[in-house]
Design a protein around this ligand. Sequence first.
Ligand code: SAM
Length: 209
Amino acid sequence: MILRMGRNIATENLVPGRAVYGERLVRKKGREYRVWDPKRSKVAAALMKGMKLDFGEDWLVLYLGVASGTTASHLSDIIRRGAIFGVDPAPRVFREFVLLSGERKNLVPVYGDANHPEGYAGIVPRVDFIVQDVAQPNQAQILNKNVSAFLKKGGLAFVAVKARSIDVTANPRKVFEQFKKELEGVEIVQEKRLEPFEKDHLALLLRKK
Ligand SMILES: C[S@@+](CC[C@H](N)C(=O)[O-])C[C@H]1O[C@@H](n2cnc3c(N)ncnc32)[C@H](O)[C@@H]1O
């Protein structure tokens, strides 16, 4: 569950007493909540910019570019009866995510490269939701491959598009238009620019056809 608290949003802490990245813990009516920082999480930024996303408590999620699990930890608070498979190829952050998964049993670390979904096809099932935040030049191709391999028909995908990772010199608006043209097998449900939380980023919510 996501709680609106004034200008902040927060998720009910799955592991009371524990913060993950220095976020504020707040008690309300006998429950503990973790404030979800939109400057540290593009999903939080999109929600604060008005994106509507009704998470299912039992969803299976594939998270591409999970890093140390800042955003995934909030998804872990929300998707209590489901599981989040977090993929990342960077050893340092991945180690932190492995430690986090020790105390949050719905997080599953997958050491891998999202360019090669065949590398984790034996571990990751068909999922209800994909999150992608990889900051790579071929972000659209990475998403297409994973949507095709893992996303259920009608399932949703959230992608944070970082214009400067695709082309540092081009006008971000043109980069975003080109990105959208390259998408395959999905329709765009919602889109939000992430300023002031992230410069030159677009968040897209997609549905698999
Ligand atoms: C901006 S950080 C992600 C932050 C994270 N999504 C969060 O909100 O907590 C981008 C991550 O993408 C990862 N990444 C880059 N290329 C990747 C690839 N081909 N497959 C999976 N992850 C990748 C990087 O290692 C890095 O950890």
